[in-house]
Design a protein around this ligand. Structure first.
Ligand code: PRP
Ligand code: URA
Length: 211
């Protein structure tokens, strides 16, 4: 067993919203809102370690030294499709973040990721990246997306998901021990089709109403 890189962000509001997200009777509109809200709550914790710098400012009364987040603007990268549902949740707290995209889908038979699109903001090497996907199942998609970002020489990467399976968390710790993984919940296991149990079903289909 490799040392875990996973942090589960647990809070009554997150657990409450997650229970509605998992519920199979939750309609698409509410599902979408919940993904965004949980992401926003998690973003507060996920960005806790961002580096700051001291700047001198003037209040209406006097000069003071204050902290601001250092360096170039954060970059947010959703893994298409389902990661798209998390973007506005991050931007709600970090409105200046730049947005890239990584297009991947899982081959339903092999469960291996198939890539079809990728673009990251300019100046990647000077930016901290937040990679988004609601589901970390086998970990194949997240691992491939992180490998792509590393090939772009990004400054740093954090991976943020809503529901993680032990199998995916383990895979990330092996493939990318330098990448912190954040989840709202760590579930029990994968089923024979690679779906997370108890999970929430197919995140992309539930977000976009495609099934
Ligand atoms: C889902 C999910 C992840 C991936 C997780 O996407 O959004 O990207 O599966 O599985 P893994 O950890 O085993 O790789 P899917 O392949 O269904 O594509 P979609 O978002 O386009 O529906
Ligand atoms: N992708 C999903 O959308 N859900 C799962 O449970 C596993 C992979």
């Amino acid at each position: 067993m490799s040392p875990s890189t996973l942090s589960v962000i647990s809070h009554p509001l997150i657990r409450h919203k997650l229970s509605y997200l998992r519920d199979k009777t939750t309609p698409t509109k509410l599902f979408k809102e919940l993904v965004e809200e949980i992401t926003m709550l998690m973003t507060y914790e996920v960005t806790r370690g961002l580096e700051e710098e001291v700047v001198t400012i003037e209040t209406p009364l006097e000069e003071m030294r204050a902290q601001r987040i250092r360096g170039k603007k954060l970059a947010v990268v959703p893994i298409l499709r389902a990661g798209l549902g998390m973007v506005e949740g991050v931007l709600g707290l970090v409105p200046g973040a730049r947005v890239g995209h990584v297009g991947l889908y899982r081959n339903e038979e092999t469960l291996e990721p198939v890539d079809y699109y990728a673009k990251v903001p300019k100046g990647a090497s000077a930016r901290d990246f937040l990679l988004l996907d609601p589901m970390l199942a086998t970990g194949g998609s997240a691992s491939a997306a992180v490998a792509y970002l590393k090939r772009q020489n990004v400054g740093s990467v954090r991976f943020m998901c809503l529901v993680a399976a032990p199998e995916g968390a383990e895979r990330m710790a092996i493939d990318h021990p330098d990448v912190p993984v954040y989840a709202a919940a760590l579930d029990r296991q994968l089923n024979e089709k690679g779906y997370i149990l108890p999970g929430l079903g197919d995140a992309g289909d539930r977000l976009f109403g495609t099934r």
